[in-house]
Design a protein around this ligand. Structure first.
Ligand code: ZN
Length: 249
């Protein structure tokens, strides 16, 4: 089965970044080496066309860290692996993030696709529809202007989305979007596997070969069912004073 990996920064900061999102260059190279021997690494869009293709993996990066250009790209070139980079528009030019010129340089590289990660990395579930629409449209425009290319792919910040946001992304002109275990796992919320500094090779193998996703997906379905039962129970509790509950409720 296919897997879609999420990286952030390829670096070794003395203290772990929040969310353990840093991975050392050595460990990253070790992972790429394993992929080169055991998986077929393809462009992200290919996983949409043939989701059941065996042994297939796509590589994505989120946020737009500068080391994606200076550290990750030379290693990706070594293995000739494509990568999709989901950039937060508002982070461009900040310390440790890509500048406009670097983003343009990356976007013209044959292995790299630049995509949107929202305008300002917000929790979309908490936004009004107008603000969510702004984030989706303005980030596309901003990144298209810099890269001089159309931007049609999206990754939800924090991996968060829901059915109405998926519809909104489509309305805002996106071709597809990716989450992290949230949403319907349809074309606008395809699930990805996050990686971090604590992933040794064994854990990486489980994540890259799709086993981890199966377990995690099952856990999320159970959790969603539990949440639904809890909310239904709360609704029922409020109904009690108005009359007896029937079995169908
Ligand atoms: Zn992010």
């Amino acid at each position: 089965m296919h897997s879609i990996l999420v990286y952030h920064t390829i670096s070794s900061p003395p203290t772990p970044l929040p969310g353990d999102i840093d991975i050392s260059p050595d460990r990253f190279e070790q992972q790429l080496h394993w992929l080169s021997r055991h998986r077929n690494v393809v462009k992200l869009e290919r996983t949409l066309l043939a989701p059941k293709q065996p042994r297939t993996t796509a590589i994505t990066f989120d946020d737009g860290f500068r080391d994606n250009l200076t550290v990750a790209l030379p290693l990706l070139e070594k293995f000739q692996f494509p990568m999709t980079l989901f950039v937060v528009a508002d982070y461009v030019g900040r310390k440790n993030y890509l500048t406009r010129d670097e983003l343009l340089e990356l976007s013209s590289h044959p292995l790299i696709t630049i995509a949107s990660h929202g305008f300002s990395h917000r929790h979309f579930n908490l936004l009004t529809a107008d603000r969510a629409r702004f984030e989706l449209i303005e980030s596309r425009l901003f990144l298209s202007t810099i890269t001089r290319k159309e931007v049609t792919l999206l990754a939800w910040p924090f991996g968060e989305c829901n059915r109405s946001l998926e519809k909104l992304a489509e309305d805002c002109g996106y071709y597809a979007a990716w989450s992290v275990w949230k949403g319907t796992n349809g074309r606008f919320s395809r699930w990805r596997v996050p990686l971090g500094r604590n992933d040794n090779l064994l854990r990486f193998m489980a994540k890259a070969n799709g086993v981890y996703a199966l377990t995690k997906a099952q856990w999320h379905r159970l959790k969603d069912d539990e949440d639904l039962e809890i909310s239904q129970a709360q609704v029922s509790k409020h109904r009690v004073p108005q009359g007896r509950l029937s079995a169908s409720e």
